[in-house]
Ligand binder design. Structure first.
Ligand SMILES: [Zn+2]
Length: 1099
């Protein structure tokens, strides 16, 4: 009477057929003596029949609260009759497949594993064991194993492991039984101790032999599952170091390489190729990056070294320490260098939910001990607009066309001795002269030589380049002079492009002048031709390229071939900054490289095969990593031949190069032919983890990390061209200085433009500061008052040197602000703009990706900038603190950035409410009573700027960002509308530019639209002048109501917005397992939480 009853959930009729049968079975379980075998067979057979024919029966038995599973397991433990046991196993097999395998967990939690393993043990004692029983048992164990963390241990302890292995050995040709056995074996081998045992017993070569055997005999590919099962075991065993060694010793690389090559033509065998390639990549012996140190080639001694942090570590590191590889890397047997690596080194993108700021004190406005008014008075000179009374200035009134007497000189300009003279006086003199200059190219002479001969002045000191490359080229020209040029009369005449006519802000002569004052650590003496000629955005559309299936795989196979056929590899160093005299191999058999110019950063080039080069990027100065940005020159190429380039020391775990982004190329020959443009180029582009090991020093203490390869293939159009490659459209510091000087020429009497030097950088470059607003209409009190009281808009850009797109957006903003149209004029009348267009000139000049010369990310220094180490940040913040002290807190602050992993243009802002929503923090209602004004500007932008996407914006404050400009300006200065504006490096996936890669035209347009949006923002607060809170809020409220409703309120970004690869041979794990849901135990649970949050932020 007290026995547990079959309980059922509501909705399940307790008198249903299956419940009755289970009740019967339960009674039989309870009987002391096993009862009638016939009866048990009958009952279990009936249940099986019901389950197989009625979906609802499965659900009933596995529903919450149902004890069906327990009854079945109890029966399995009790019953001896073979047929009954088989019936029960079939029932279990059916049950565990309900809901995509979710019921397996129930079976495990009810102790099913032990019962099944015990059954396996006793069944193995029968001679011979029942094949059907073994088959059923293994197929269910294959499903149960991955859900039971202790499965591998349990199986080893109870002896089941050996039974499976023996069974496997005896049934190598038995395809029916082999598959489930392999599947179980694979689960066993996911346990490290089991894997070690497998290695000890020489199972690795055995498995390889079996694999080859099946590969050879399964000519019709009917048993690909078995072959994959074998690979699955190998893959697990090679997760441990011993396993990888055994694999290499057994010639595994060659075996899997040749079998895969044979499988390649058959698309249905892709899973085999993919798994093979995964194993081969894992086992590929780690190579040393061919550099003496990972520290930058160029040294810059800091005035003082920060007490802590990566720079301090770098300085403390004894010179004899090998920082390229870890010493102990090889005997680290317990290591987990496997393919389930879930790494994250880009905190920008994938931060954990626990990065959300939960300390309300850090979300509330608060000023960190600010500098006193006395200390801030040094900034008064940058705000002469606040005291200017314009007495003695003749307003245009009657003769608007007259040149004003005001420009720059009448305003007290602060000139730092090293600052370039930014007076516009000579702008008339620098008329472009190169328009008619012809370039004579002599027969047999490469373009490079001709350029050097004719435009030698582009190298600042007449071609005496430090690496000796230029002089070599020149002497060669002379030799050719002697022998050939007299005999041949006809010379190709090339026109040098008149880019000035097309590019109003560009002037090659002026550019060279600017370069002369630019200080670089390597003391560059050359100028890259693209920066000299300028860039005109191409008129055609550049589509985001569709990734072809199998590209990554074929690249990886080519890399593996290096190991299989070492004799085919040239390994010829053709460029090397680490050597005093950079080798210049000019045997006509290889490309020539160069990168010794502003923003260049190629460290080394190695010719691997005839048309393939490994490239290594230089680290940021005073750092040992940050490799992403690149800019270098290539010459001596053949036309029509595909060249493969591999940048082999990339660090991020993923890249937009995997999602349709192409590299940028600039051809000097095309420029000379009238097309001076950076164009998107490259085929077979992909980004993947490679076999070059990254030392723990370079990987933030983590061992066993690898670098990543960014590979692209280019077929040059012209022979002997000079081409440049870049990560994104270059924009050097000298370019900025040139643009700023040309900007002066756009001044009209209506424009108030002042250029100051905010400060000098560590490297001795000046950091420009611009003030732009409208001139007052007269010197009347009212006008002067209106002039002085305009709200400030504070803009900064290019704190991160590798984000050149930020500079192009800034260029668009500046040009718009200097425009003559009515919108520009209204905008100037509405605000005073304070702009620091390049917060990190040194980083830009020296080809850094992320840091300044101090080796630090300047956008993490805003809380406590050091005046010596971070002068531009210290003083930019000083300007804001000064304004704050004057009660003139800017209305808007925006810092322009580039984003390497997302598409479109979008903003990050700061909202206490939206941050708190993401956490469980209990906030008082006063904290949550927040003006929604921070959403207005991005909202307007999403309406008017085609590249802008509201859906990508986020207003959540993260801990890791607490020292960024945006957060500090929001919290300490009190600017509610404080933003980071991120522009994609790749392209857009929405709006008018959907499917297109972004170019300078779109970026500049974005900068202009930002201005237009500011005017709209102003108008939303009109007609009454600024700060009419009620009006303001209503208008904004409406705006948000009308268009914000339907879109998601905030995407909690931070997760990449890319779909997974079509081709998933990826380092990111077991991803080729689409056919095997039981892979990756535990992963589903792990992911579901965070995914739910990210997809439905407010549910
Ligand atoms: Zn940035």
């Amino acid at each position: 009477m007290n026995k547990p009853k079959m309980t059922t959930e509501k909705g399940v009729p307790s008198n249903s057929r299956v419940v009755m049968l289970l009740g019967q079975l339960e009674r039989m379980n309870g009987e002391a003596v096993p009862g009638d075998a016939e009866m048990a067979r009958h009952v279990t057979g009936k249940i099986l029949h019901l389950i197989q024919t009625q979906e609802k029966t499965k659900k009933e038995m596995t529903a919450k609260g149902s004890s069906g599973m327990e009854v079945i397991l109890a029966a399995l433990e009790n019953m001896q009759d073979l047929q009954t046991v088989l019936n029960i196993l079939c029932i279990l097999n059916e049950l565990v497949s309900v809901g995509g395998g979710n019921r397996v967990g129930v079976l495990v939690s009810k102790g099913g594993t032990a019962i099944l393993l015990q059954l396996l043990l006793s069944a193995s004692k029968d001679v011979p064991p029942s094949e059907e029983l073994m088959l059923q048992l293994h197929s269910i164990l294959a499903k149960v194993g991955p859900k039971d963390k202790k499965f591998g241990v349990k199986a080893r302890v109870n002896g089941a492991l050996n039974i499976t292995v023996n069974l496997l050995k005896q049934n190598l040709q038995n395809q029916k039984l082999l598959l489930p056995c392999l599947q179980v074996l694979r689960v066993y081998s996911s346990n490290k101790a089991n894997s070690r045992r497998a290695v000890d017993r020489t199972y690795v070569p055995a498995l390889l032999t079996i694999y080859q055997d099946w590969h050879r005999n399964d000519t019709r590919h009917r048993h690909a599952h078995i072959r994959k099962g074998i690979l699955g075991c190998i893959r697990n065993v090679t997760n441990i170091k011993l396993g990888r060694k055994a694999f290499l010793d057994a010639d595994g690389m060659r075996i899997l390489y040749s079998t895969s090559t044979e499988c390649l033509p058959v698309r249905t065998l892709d899973p085999l190729v993919n798994t093979s390639s995964l194993i081969m990549r894992k086992c590929f012996p780690k190579n040393r990056l061919p550099v003496p140190t990972i520290k930058s080639v160029f040294q810059y001694r800091l005035p003082h070294v920060p007490a802590e942090g990566p720079v301090a570590q770098l300085y403390r590191q004894p010179p004899e320490v090998d920082d390229v590889v870890d010493e102990s890397d090889d005997n680290d047997d317990a290591d987990t260098e496997n393919d389930t690596e879930n790494e994250e080194d880009d905190r920008d993108c994938c931060l954990q939910n626990d990065d959300i700021e939960t300390d309300l004190n850090k979300l509330r406005p608060g000023e960190q001990a600010s500098r006193t008014m006395e200390e801030l008075r040094m900034y008064e000179r940058f705000f002469s607009e606040l005291s200017e009374d314009f007495q003695g200035y003749h307003f245009h009134g009657s003769s608007p066309c007259q040149t004003p007497s005001l420009p720059s000189k009448s305003l007290s300009r602060i000139v730092v001795p090293t600052a370039p003279d930014m007076t516009p006086s000579d702008s008339n003199l620098v008329q472009l002269e190169c328009a008619d200059r012809a370039l004579d190219q002599r027969p047999g002479e490469g373009l490079e030589q001709a350029l050097v001969r004719e435009l030698g002045r582009v190298a600042l000191d007449g071609g005496a380049a430090p690496n000796g490359q230029r002089p070599a080229a020149e002497s060669e020209v002379e030799r050719e002079d002697d022998c050939s040029s007299h005999s041949s009369g006809d010379q190709a005449v090339l026109e040098v492009p008149d880019t000035a006519a097309l590019l109003p802000l560009h002037d090659p002569e002026l550019y060279v002048e600017m370069v002369k004052d630019t200080r670089s650590v390597p003391q560059y003496s050359e100028v890259a031709y693209p920066d000299y000629f300028g860039h005109i955005a191409p008129t055609y559309r550049e589509h985001i390229v569709e990734r072809l299936y199998g590209v990554q795989r074929s690249k990886i196979f080519q890399d593996i071939e290096r190991m299989i056929h070492p004799n085919d590899i040239l390994d010829k160093v053709v460029y090397d900054l680490d050597l005093q005299s950079c080798p210049v191999v000019d045997d006509g058999e290889c490309l020539k490289f160069n990168s010794l110019f502003e923003s260049g950063n190629l460290r080394k080039a190695v010719q691997v095969r005839k048309f393939e080069y490994d490239l290594i990027l230089n680290s940021d100065i005073n750092s040992n990593h940050y490799h992403q940005w690149f800019y270098f020159e290539v010459s001596s190429m053949r036309a029509g031949t595909p060249y493969r380039f591999n940048i082999i020391n990339c660090e991020k775990s993923n890249s937009q190069f995997n999602y349709g982004m192409q590299v940028l190329m600039y051809s000097v020959r095309e420029a000379i032919n009238g097309r001076p443009c950076w164009v998107r180029t490259g085929t077979d582009i992909c980004y993947y983890k490679n076999h070059f090991s990254r030392s723990s020093i370079a990987a933030g203490g983590q061992k066993g990390k690898s670098y990543y390869t960014m590979t692209f293939t280019v077929t040059f159009q012209h022979k002997d061209d000079v081409c440049y490659f870049a990560y994104h459209y270059p924009y050097t510091y000298s370019t900025l200085k040139m643009h700023l000087q040309k900007l002066e020429a756009l001044r009209t009497p209506q424009i108030y433009l002042r250029q100051d030097v905010l400060c000098e950088t560590l490297g001795g470059n000046s950091c420009p500061l611009l003030t732009i607003t409208a001139m007052p209409q007269s010197t009347s009190n009212d006008q002067i008052c209106q002039f002085r009281n305009r709200p400030y808009v504070f803009l900064t850009a290019r704190v991160h040197p590798g984000e050149t797109n930020a500079s192009w957006v800034m260029k668009g903003t500046l040009e718009f602000l200097m425009g003559t149209g009515p919108v520009a004029q209204s905008l100037r009348e509405a605000y005073i703009f304070k702009i620091v267009p390049m917060l990190n000139p040194d980083g830009v000049v020296n080809g850094n990706h992320r840091c300044s010369l101090s080796g630090e990310d300047l956008n993490r220094q805003w809380q406590r900038p050091n005046p010596d180490l971070h002068p531009t940040i210290f003083h930019a913040k000083g300007l804001l603190q000064y304004l704050s002290a004057l009660q003139r807190v800017p209305l808007v602050y925006c810092d322009y950035h580039g984003h390497s992993r997302k598409k479109n243009v979008f903003m990050y802002g700061c909202s206490i409410k939206e941050t708190v929503w993401q956490t469980d923090v209990n906030a008082t209602s006063s904290d949550l009573h927040e003006d929604l004004g921070y959403r207005t500007l991005p909202k307007i932008l999403s309406q008017i700027a085609p590249a802008f996407s509201m859906a990508s914006c986020s207003f959540v404050v993260e801990k890791s960002k607490e020292s960024t400009a945006r957060v500090v300006v929001w919290r300490e200065i009190g600017v509610q509308k404080s933003y980071t504006m991120e522009s994609t490096l790749c392209g857009c996936d929405q709006g008018k530019y959907k499917g297109l890669q972004i170019g300078t035209r779109e970026l500049e347009e974005m900068g202009a639209q930002f201005c237009v949006a500011l005017l709209r923002l102003k108008r939303l607060s009109s007609p009454l002048e600024v700060r009419h809170a009620s009006h303001f809020l209503e208008a904004e409220g409406d705006l948000i109501e009308t268009s914000c409703r339907n879109t998601s309120s905030t995407t909690y970004v931070l997760k990449e917005d890319e779909p997974s690869f079509m081709e998933e041979v990826d380092y990111s794990a077991e991803s080729d397992e689409e056919t095997d849901p039981q892979e990756n135990p535990g992963d589903e649970e792990h992911l579901s939480d965070s995914e739910a949050v990210q997809q439905h932020p407010f549910t």
